[in-house]
Each structure stands twice: as structure tokens, then as C-alpha cells.
Design a protein around this ligand. Sequence first.
Ligand code: 5GP
Ligand code: ZN
Length: 141
Amino acid sequence: MNNCIFCKIIAGEIPASKVYEDDQVLAFLDITQTTKGHTLLVPKKHVRNVLAMDAETAKITFARLPKIARGLQKATGAQAMNIINNNEPLAGQTVFHAHIHLVPRYSNKDGIDIHYTTHEPDFAALESLAKTISKEVALCD
Ligand code: 5GP
Ligand code: ZN
């Protein structure tokens, strides 16, 4: 058995408050509860993060997301929801088993402040960058 905390939760070796489970995925309440109902959705197959995920695991995991999100919204009465995924430490990943955060939102004082810095668009630079990226995307699985 590996040392992964989410694999241990999946295996039932450590407890978690489960909100959805089938043979492929598990959703359970995040221990920190950023807001009431803060949930994590994980594939049962151990994979480091989305960057390392195969298409089949992605398909299975993301297919379950709207169902769980809708149930969570109904149960909590949340007005809105942030669905967040962190990949690698620089992006805030602290547990290295892929997971998606579902964070129900109740007000603008929920303790989440997602701010995207904006830049004046340079359309030539955007086109050139898109070309570079699309070439790499075409070569990836
Ligand atoms: P990350 O920072 O990797 O995107 O998110 C990891 C999340 O896992 C954190 O929000 C943290 O609160 C949660 N977490 C870490 N250990 C446990 C645990 O043992 N049980 C549960 N339910 N959540 C955990
Ligand atoms: Zn794991």
C-alpha cells in the first residue's frame, strides 16, 4: 500500500465523511471546510494530478462532477460554487492524489478570493502563443 492519504481514505483505512461513492470515484468532505460543504472528488485510481491523468480517468472523474455539484448545492442551499483543481505545489497542490475541490459559496466573505491579473491584449502575441501551444497539444495524449 502506498503512503497516499486519499488512497487510505478510499481503502477505508482512515475515516472520511463520504457524500458519493461508486466503483470509480469517491467524494468526501474536505477536513478544512473552507465553506460549509467543501467537498473533494477523487478518482479511486491513484494518479498524481490532472497533468498526469489519462483520458479514461478524466472522463470517469469529470463525468461525476455535475451530479455531485448539484446535490451539494441542493443540500447546502449555496448560491454558487467554485470548482477548483490545483496541480503541483506552485499551484497550491498539497495532496498528490488528483482531486477536485467543490466549494459552495454563500457570500463574498467566504474566505476565497480568486483574482486573475489582466493584461492589455497583444493579438499578434496571442496568435503566436496559441500556435506554439496547439502544436504541443496535438502531440500529447
Ligand atoms: P490541495 O491543497 O492539494 O488542492 O487540497 C488538499 C485538500 O485535502 C486540502 O483542502 C485539505 O484540507 C484536504 N485534506 C488533507 N488531508 C485530509 C484528510 O485526511 N481528510 C480530508 N477529508 N481532507 C484532507
Ligand atoms: Zn492515492
